[in-house]
Design a protein. Structure first.
Length: 82
């Protein structure tokens, strides 16, 4: 159940405006940083991870995965040691 306190939803849900049906990852991560959340665990492969990398929104990667050709293609353009 969500409860409203001081014009904020309490319970872990916040609705952000989207642009053309997509939420800006930079805005979402910026908002998370303002809230003190500085670490993100992304467990997706096909859309979110490449978008985070392409947007320059990744500082560090810890990769835990069963390697597949799809996964390897997503990381082949990263500079080693970056």
């Amino acid at each position: 159940m969500l409860v409203e306190r001081n014009n904020k939803l309490v319970g872990g849900v916040e609705v952000l405006p989207s642009e053309a049906g997509r939420v800006s990852l930079g805005k979402v991560l910026g908002r998370q940083g303002e809230e003190g959340n500085l670490t993100l665990l992304s467990v997706t492969v096909t859309m979110l991870n490449p978008a985070l990398l392409a947007g320059g929104l990744v500082d560090r990667i810890h990769l835990f995965a069963a390697l597949s050709s799809l996964l390897l293609r997503q990381f082949e353009s990263l500079p080693v040691g970056a």
